[in-house]
Design a protein around this ligand. Sequence first.
Ligand code: AMP
Length: 305
Amino acid sequence: MSILVVGSVAFDTVETPFGAVEDALGGSAIYFSAAASYFAPVRIVAVVGEDFSKQKLDFLTKRKVDLRGLEVRKGKTFRWGGRYDYDLNSRTTLFTHLNVFENFAPAIPKEYRDSEFIFLANIAPELQMEVLQQIRSPKLVALDTMNYWIDRSLPALFETLRAVNVLIINDSEARQLAQEANLVKAAKKIMAMGPQVLIIKKGEHGALMFMSESFFWAPAYPLESIYDPTGAGDTFAGGFIGYLAKSRNLSPDNYKCALIVGSAMASFCVERFSVERLQDLTTEEIRQRFLGFWHMTHFDQNSGF
Ligand code: AMP
């Protein structure tokens, strides 16, 4: 039931109306594994520069995250900067310094090739496909992508989509990929491209999940203090896949629970900057937040219409 994530490790510089951080630990592989490791063992494939101290990841190794696939290359670690205004759903990218990430060619260590649950974070679709070709027999493959790849690498993205089970994207990416403004119609078009499950994230408006016969919605947890939405999407994916890997149950009902677990983990992520809040959560805190979602959405269908 081990999970493999291939993605970025970064130093993030982030400004929100509630504060700022400089060179804080970030990147899709970090947020994902910080969340998924609460549920199952995680293996990371990523690259950092010589300026990166692996001690920063002690909180992950303590939770059995395998870092043998974290390559250290000559040069600087990937750096990303972003700013949010009061509408935390939209952000401005201030800079993207790819550094060692520019020539990232993920090599999957031999001992990772039996991984069963795979998360291909947001990297070039050609590289995502190369990763998949190195995995023996995955049980579930989930993929993230973004407007940059939809603009530049559509044929490769189409090929990769045919090989994945779950696609996790945001609403604007779904509209762009399907060339369709209506999200329900867009979902149908995207599922015809390959994935059996499609999750469309809508920031503070929650996440929609489409399956072949049904759809399901998870709200975002109403929080009084939100400091930094960076990484919420990857944290969501970590909770979602972590829960599926732990339960080893890919039934539609269990996918619904996984959607709530992903949303619960994302709600912790945004409560602090960087991965601060994801470092020492307790199982009880996660369970209580999960139950909070249940209370918030449950009603007695017999007392009304
Ligand atoms: P999210 O908020 O879920 O989109 O994830 C934000 C994280 O993605 C940050 O920690 C960034 O370091 C990382 N990131 C930003 N741009 C890129 C990129 N082009 N490729 C890979 N990772 C990125």
